[in-house]
Design a binder for this molecule. Structure first.
Ligand code: G6P
Length: 605
């Protein structure tokens, strides 16, 4: 949520910052801005709109270093030129870019105004620039420290001082900050994506840390000034893996990449000798896993829905009661934390604020948390300390596709592992691990029929509403299908358990309201057929997502996916719904990779 980039070194900062901004733009994209230091002071340019709008405005002479830049997802104050970051003090000496929310901004704004300072924006961030400029301090880091002591809230910050251009100061409390180590030049960012073109050696700040970043090195310390020790780590993603690679949209690229991504999730994790899964990072012994009486899965958005798929898998295969809940809800209801419950946090970015807060709440109460995370080294991954990295690769489109699939695969591996410690037989272990190994090719088979899905998508073009229904794990598929469609195409899509349709939503079925029915050939098949009959009796159009074979009921259209084992079917049934949402959005001319009002990683509450 919001992107920060900074550069200090001998080169001109502007092209480096702009390129970095493009790479983190998926984190927020309602306005963008840049500040660079050059002899005589700061040069600042900012505007509402995308990074390319900022680029188009840049005068030729916009050159210098160090510099900081920002792409915004509005929290305080609507998207506008004056609310865009960087924010500066009255003398244009200090420039600040900020992700997060300053909770006592209203009181600080009132204080500044009573001192006669004119505020030029409605943001919470601007107060920081004025305060940093006003405090008497020997160094910029001292000034930032003093101000942060009176600030409450969350932040990832980068600060420039035109009079002290030898350093950029960055600070972190609840929002990611990464320092990239170059050769006599240094980079800062809110996301390693902005750094990979220049360096793969990075240092992640922890909450409560502040860093002074010079061209030839960096020092980290706490807000009290006590030094902290950091060990650089290596980013395992290359610059190329962040590119669109010839595709018109990241979303389509990431959907198409799924067979390879799933192979990465599975690599080295199937243990044929014992017909189970090998998961090196969970760091719990078989004895400890045997003591687990309950599993609670937490995440937000698609990560939460992947958690619902995962809870089904665990309950079926390991016979451990398992349940998923939105992390955002969980943390505020004073949850009971139990010793024999295993908590699982799911997150693509590993930075979602509410998931992180839920993990911290569980740990504070003495609970054990395991992470299922995509971004290696991310905050939630580090906070959990144990878990499964899904290795889906960078996911840039705001909507999650390949990570959803790979997370479901990671859950299937965990479920097999937990099951094989309990009652899952070797025969079932073999059946499921073989089925998992076949998933990449089965996804390829679905990809080969994208034209069919594009034709189905046309059926939705004149509609304003759609239902997605399914039973049991099929309902999770319906939830994710509906979420994808509303996120990218802005069509009102609602997911409902098929069994509940007659208890309310049937009243809304009309010839203009299609229902997408997830109907695998499992033991609930005939129940789903009855539900389709009920919809048709109300003249509602039906699109079935099902397995090969005749449907004993008439439907407007059907798409078939290859059959897996029943427990794993939801993973494949979801794939056509991703392409379906993509093609509806494409035909409607929507901004597929950057849907309105959304951001890839929500690092505020
Ligand atoms: C945002 C994104 C969703 C994502 C959710 C959780 O809402 O728009 O696509 O599923 O955050 O993100 P995470 O990085 O924790 O999986």
């Amino acid at each position: 949520m919001c992107g920060i980039v900074g550069y200090i070194g001998k080169r001109d900062a502007t092209p480096i910052l702009l390129e970095g901004l493009h790479r983190v733009e998926y984190r927020g994209y309602d306005s963008a801005g840049i500040a660079i230091t050059r002899p005589g002071g700061l040069q600042v340019l900012k505007c509402q709109g995308r990074v390319r709008d900022l680029e188009n405005m840049l005068p030729k002479r916009f050159k210098g270093a160090p510099g900081i830049a920002h792409t915004r997802w509005a929290t305080h104050g609507e998207p506008s030129d004056h609310n865009a970051h960087p924010h500066c003090d009255a003398a244009n000496r200090i420039a600040v870019v900020h992700n997060g929310i300053i909770e006592n901004a209203a009181a600080l704004r009132a204080r500044l105004m009573s001192e006669g300072i004119t505020l030029r924006s409605e943001t919470d961030t601007e107060v920081l620039a004025h305060l940093i400029a006003a405090v008497p301090a020997e160094t910029l880091a001292d000034a930032v420290r003093q101000v942060l002591r009176i600030v409450t809230g969350t932040y990832a910050l980068a600060v420039l001082d035109a009079e002290r251009p030898e350093a950029i100061v960055v600070a972190r409390n609840g929002g990611p900050v990464v320092i990239g180590i170059g050769d006599r030049e240094m980079f800062v960012a809110s996301d390693p994506a902005a750094l990979v073109a220049h360096t793969r050696s990075v240092v992640h700040l922890d909450d409560g840390e502040i860093a002074v970043v010079r061209a030839d090195g960096y020092e980290t310390s706490t807000l009290d000034g006590g030094p902290t020790a950091k060990t650089p780590s290596v980013i395992d993603w290359t610059s190329g893996s962040f590119d669109k690679g010839g595709y018109s949209h990241y979303m389509r690229k990431e959907i198409v990449e799924q067979p390879e991504a799933v192979r990465r999730t599975l690599r080295g994790r199937i243990e044929p000798r014992f017909q189970t899964a090998h998961l090196g990072g969970i760091e719990l012994t078989a004895g400890e896993l045997l003591d687990i009486r309950r599993i609670k899965v937490l995440g937000c958005g698609s990560a939460y829905i992947a958690g619902c798929v995962g809870a089904h898998l665990i309950e079926q295969l390991a016979r451990i009661p398992a349940h998923a809940e939105a992390a955002s809800e969980f943390r505020y209801r004073n949850p009971v934390i139990e010793r024999d419950t295993l908590y699982i946090a799911v997150s693509q970015s590993g930075e979602t604020f509410e998931t992180l807060a839920a993990v911290q709440e569980i740990k504070r109460k003495g609970g054990r948390v395991l992470g299922i995370i995509n971004v290696v080294g991310s905050t939630i991954g580090r906070e959990c300390g144990r878990g499964i990295y899904v290795h889906a690769g960078p996911e840039i489109a705001v909507v999650s596709t390949k990570t959803f699939t790979c997370t479901s695969i990671a859950f299937a591996l965990l479920a097999v592992h937990l099951g094989r410690i309990r009652d899952l037989s070797t025969a079932d272990g073999r059946r499921l691990t073989r089925a998992l190994a076949a998933v990449p090719e089965q996804i390829e088979e679905i990809m080969g029929r994208e034209d069919e899905i594009a034709r189905l998508a046309e059926m939705l073009l004149g509609c304003e509403h759609a239902y997605f229904i399914g039973r049991s794990a099929g309902y999770c598929v319906a939830m994710e299908g509906a979420l994808k469609l509303k996120e990218v195409s802005y069509l009102h899509a609602e997911a409902y358990p098929a069994s509940e349709l007659k208890h309310g939503p049937l009243a809304l079925i009309t010839p203009q309201t299609p229902t997408i029915v997830v109907i695998p050939r499992d033991d609930l098949f005939s129940k789903n057929v009855s539900t389709i009959e009920e919809i048709r009796a109300r003249r509602g159009p039906v699109i079935a997502v099902t397995h090969p074979g005749e449907l004993p009921v008439k439907v407007e259209a059907a798409f078939t996916v290859p059959q897996s084992e029943p427990e794993l079917d939801p993973i494949l049934l979801n794939i056509p719904l991703q392409l379906f949402a993509y093609h509806v959005a494409l035909r409607k001319g929507c901004d597929i990779d950057k849907p309105r009002h959304l951001a890839k990683s929500v690092t505020v509450e």
